[in-house]
Design a protein around this ligand. Structure first.
Ligand code: BGC
Length: 375
């Protein structure tokens, strides 16, 4: 139940009216009696639960959204959970006990929060899944994210173009990686890329010397890197290079779903003697983290998919204003994100490919200062 519902219900009971069939619609809320906290005249409390500070993007996500909400007059609590599920559960329980009206959650483990979300529902708290979907629970009201399948598709299409797979004979040696097995986004990233690449695997233009090629999209977790860890990706890449490339075979392309894995993979490549230049493998990524943009400029990563976290925060802040004002919450996808219990109304934003040739986009949009990138 949304804040608007809660407040209008209280008003109706106070007026001695019988609260009857108040069936909530997924995207449209009853017009509340409240003017909305966006004006700063209300004590709406928003809890923001982010997964970890160890990855650059979540720091930016958290501080941007928190700043926006504070400026609009909301009371907020911004918490990071060091990628520890128990810590995130405790933080959410505290927010619920402190009287949160709305929770914005980027989960660490997408299925682990169902009991906590039941507590949130019992306290009439509206829940927005942020960037990552919450699975196996009816108690998630909205989802805001980037087109996750589109991210993977961009990575796959980049590889097809970079290796000229439509024309070149190959075979090219590919090593694929996938994201954390407990992150629903990772499934979409992998599917987007694999749907583009599989015809070239079938034709034999792409081969996977390590054999670590999922037999289908559903098998993506077999190559998943727990917690999106750079260190795990590095040691996995080192193992593959030592075991399957010892005879001087060259790796031509590495499908990395994001920048934290790409950092570890680039380290492993460097340790194995791969230097920037024509022989350096095509290496994908996502997030346009600063270290990775620097790697791109230095020739150690080929691309990244940029998701402007400010736009995501802006959209979520807008959702919150709409929820509080009892307005229709704007969504643009009501089909894709089935969490096992319901299809969650979603707002999807569009990502953008960044390569060494267009990093200035990041400066022009003031995502980075030129000096940050040594430009
Ligand atoms: C996000 C990515 C991020 C990854 C690791 C995913 O859920 O969508 O942007 O790179 O988590 O934090």
């Amino acid at each position: 139940m949304s804040l608007a519902w809660k407040k209008s219900a209280i008003a109706m009971i106070a007026a001695g009216m019988l609260v009857g069939s108040m069936a909530a619609c997924s995207t449209e809320r009853d017009s509340g009696t409240d003017a909305g906290a966006g004006d700063g005249d209300d004590e709406t409390f928003v809890g923001i639960a982010m997964p970890t500070k160890s990855l650059e993007r979540w720091n930016r996500d958290g501080s941007h959204l928190d700043g926006l909400l504070k400026d609009a007059g909301y009371e907020t609590s911004l918490q990071y959970a060091d990628n520890k599920v128990d810590q995130q559960i405790t933080q959410l329980e505290n927010m619920i006990n402190q009287g949160a009206d709305i929770l914005v959650i980027a989960p660490i483990d997408d299925t682990a929060l169902a009991p906590t979300l039941q507590q949130a529902a019992d306290a009439d708290i509206t829940v927005i899944a942020y960037d990552r979907l919450l699975l196996g629970t009816p108690n998630v009201d909205y989802y805001a994210t980037f087109d996750n399948y589109g991210v993977g598709k961009m990575q796959g299409e980049f590889i097809v173009e970079a290796l000229d797979l439509e024309n070149a004979a190959g075979p090219f040696n590919l090593e694929p990686f996938a994201g954390s097995p407990d992150d629903n986004n990772a499934k979409f990233f992998f599917a987007g890329a694999w749907d583009v690449l599989s015809e070239h695997l079938d034709s034999g233009k792409l081969v996977v010397p390590s054999g670590k090629a999922p037999s289908s999209n559903d098998d993506w977790q077999s190559i998943g890197v727990q917690g999106w860890s750079s260190e795990t990706a590095q040691s996995e890449m080192e193992n593959r290079l030592n075991s399957f490339y010892a005879s001087g075979t060259q790796v031509d392309v590495v499908l990395s779903p994001n920048d934290s894995l790409a950092l570890g993979i680039a380290q492993a490549l460097a340790g194995n003697g791969y230097a920037p230049g024509d022989e350096y493998p095509v290496l994908t990524g996502q997030d346009a983290d600063k270290a990775n943009v620097l790697n791109m400029i230095a020739g150690k990563q080929s691309m990244s998919v940029w998701k402007d976290t400010r736009a995501l925060g802006d959209q979520v802040a807008k959702m919150i204003d709409q929820i509080v004002a009892g307005e229709t919450v704007e969504v643009n996808d009501e089909e894709t994100y089935d969490n096992g219990e319901k299809t969650v109304p979603t707002y999807l934003l569009q990502p953008q490919v960044i390569t060494p040739d267009n990093v200035d986009v990041l400066v022009e949009s003031e995502f980075y200062k030129a000096g940050d990138l040594g430009l």
